[in-house]
Write a protein of this length. Structure first.
Ligand code: G4P
Length: 535
């Protein structure tokens, strides 16, 4: 049985909040992140995070993106102190081609803030990211942004979110007007009216306590027409929505909703203040053997992201390790469970917005950057000696598949090594088909192919080309019926590959191919992610 920590560490744990901000590109994630950091005093000027954003113009130039990603190591984790809390924001690249990075980062957070553009409503990337949150029951707070623009009616927006994202919502604030007629928001719980002024860089002081909406004070502040509109809206909200339920939020079933305008710093402080009071402290994580709780005495953690520097002069990699339990200490030996080896870290790094610092200790919820010379794969576990591996870093089926063809037979070994290492880093997924050791690379975006080609050449002196494959999706297969599984694998050998952990994967050529195969083999289970229980 695990030992439990003393109260000092309990305090450190309970004051930590580790979360990610997710959105479809352009909804306002970068702007909101920046405003939150400004409140926390973590940055002094707006624009500091924006600098690190992967810009739209860079979409076809991966070197440019890599350059920007180089800078963005500093914003991979943005830690800061706010009202006695230690807040860690984990950056999730909005760029579609880096979606896998975002999915993995979501395994290292305890909650998320989802930004929705009030003009556009729910968009494609939002749907995918929410699927990952739902799988993990991650608590979600929704921030509806850009109220200074004429957008979709707020009731329709909430309906749209509930339908599209399969989550219940509960507004905690409510907007008065929109676009040019945006007057501000009314907080349904603190019963405060906050008036909107454009171009604010500070917290609005135009706040009035209005306990009773029938009060003439409301008419005086927002005008009779808007006041009546708000009264009707609030009546409808109170009859149509249940009260906010903390437990349902914590279990990922109910999302509280805020309205605001990030660029105008409007509604951001309320969001942040509610966030620290309702968002969960560091949560337990599961291994195949047992649940690991943050309060446990011994240190454990897992690697969810590896950042390689493509600059040949600085060939270092940083493995980002989320601390799950105990206390991490610099220069102490920890047990790398996959390699069955002890490792010591002399310069673990913490990230405070734009700064990197060497840390002496870190606590559950924190993320430390570990300089790595090739020991780590995504999903690796560190402990103080206990043999276990954290679950929850699944691979999802890629969307684009290409066969990797070696162009230089004298460099076969280098190519093999390079492609394995790049797949360990999570740049792309590698599937091997026999006979012939055919390498199929799967990604969510075209960019990764350019990245692989460039890095194989520059880091491993191996040259390759890619041949597009017409594949629909990759499905991990399992079955309790071993005989049927083996029969399936041998009859369909030309469609079967092995993933990086040697698990069988069925490469369906089309939706129809998948459907028919499923019907022919009812005893098989086809999984859309690499993480599944044998069934
Ligand atoms: P992202 O990280 O989700 O991709 O979005 P980002 O914050 O970069 O915001 C996308 C665009 O939306 C930016 O404009 C930003 O200024 C704008 N924006 C963010 N919040 C608001 C808001 O509350 N109201 C309005 N009207 N716009 C908002 P851009 O033109 O793409 O960039 P920039 O030239 O302003 O930097």
């Amino acid at each position: 049985m695990p030992n439990y920590l003393n109260t000092l560490n309990q305090e450190e744990i309970s004051r930590r909040r580790t979360f990610g901000i997710i959105s479809h590109p352009d909804a306002g994630k970068t702007t909101l992140t920046e405003k939150i950091l400004l409140f926390g005093g973590a940055i002094q000027t707006a624009g500091a995070v924006k600098m690190n954003k992967i810009t739209k113009t860079a979409t076809s130039d991966f070197m440019e993106i890599e350059k920007q990603r180089g800078i963005s190591v500093a914003t991979s984790v943005m830690g800061f102190e706010y009202e006695g809390f230690k807040i860690n924001i984990l950056d999730t690249p909005g760029h579609k081609d880096f979606a896998e990075d975002t999915y993995r980062t979501l395994t290292a957070v305890d909650s998320v803030i989802l930004v929705v553009d009030c003009v556009k409503g729910v968009e494609e990337q939002t749907r995918k990211l929410m699927e990952v949150c739902r799988m993990r029951h991650t608590p979600v707070i929704i921030f509806i942004n850009k109220l200074d623009r004429e957008g979709i009616d707020p009731f329709d927006l909430l309906h749209n979110i509930e339908q599209e994202l399969s989550i219940n919502t509960r507004p905690l604030t409510w907007p008065i007007g929109m676009g040019a007629g945006f007057k501000g928001v009314y907080n349904l719980y603190s019963k405060q009216l906050q008036l909107f002024t454009a171009n604010m860089t500070r917290i609005s002081e135009d706040v009035y306590s209005i306990e009773n909406l029938d009060s003439p004070e409301l008419d005086k502040r927002v005008g009779a027409g808007s006041a009546d509109h708000l009264r009707k809206d609030v009546e409808l909200i109170e009859s149509a929505y249940e009260q906010f339920d903390q437990e349902l939020y914590s279990e990922g079933y109910l999302a509280p909703v805020f309205f605001g305008s990030a660029i105008n710093t409007f509604g951001v402080k309320e969001l942040l203040d509610t966030f620290i009071s309702i968002a969960p402290a560091p949560q337990p994580r599961f291994t195949a053997v047992r649940e690991v709780r943050p309060e446990e005495n011994e240190f454990t953690g897992f690697v969810f992201k590896i950042h390689a520097n493509i600059d040949p002069k600085h060939r270092d990699r940083i493995a980002f390790c989320r601390i799950v339990s105990g206390r991490f200490e610099r220069n102490k030996f920890y047990y790398h469970t996959r390699l069955d080896k002890k490792l010591r870290f002399s310069s673990p790094t913490s990230f405070m917005a734009n700064e990197k610092n060497i840390v002496e200790e870190a606590f559950p919820g924190d993320v430390v950057g570990l300089y790595d010379t090739g020991n780590f794969k995504i999903g690796d576990t560190l402990t103080e000696g206990e043999m276990m591996a954290f679950k929850g870093i699944p691979s999802f089926s890629p969307e684009i598949f290409k066969e990797l063809i070696n162009k230089d037979p004298f460099k076969t070994k280098q190519l093999e090594k390079g492609v394995r290492q790049l797949s360990d880093e999570g740049v792309a997924q590698l599937f091997i088909r026999q006979p012939g050791n055919v390498k199929i690379i799967g990604t969510v975006g075209e960019l990764q192919f350019e990245v692989i080609q460039f890095r194989l050449l520059h880091e491993y002196s191996a040259s390759c080309i890619f041949q597009p494959l017409r594949l629909y999706k990759a499905f991990w297969v399992s079955s309790k019926d071993k005989a049927q599984l083996n029969k399936f694998l041998s009859i369909n050998a030309q469609h079967i590959t092995l993933d990086k952990d040697d698990r069988p994967v069925f490469m369906a050529e089309s939706e129809w191919h998948f459907k028919v195969t499923k019907e022919v083999y009812p005893a098989l289970v086809f999984h859309i992610t690499s993480e599944y229980k044998i069934s």
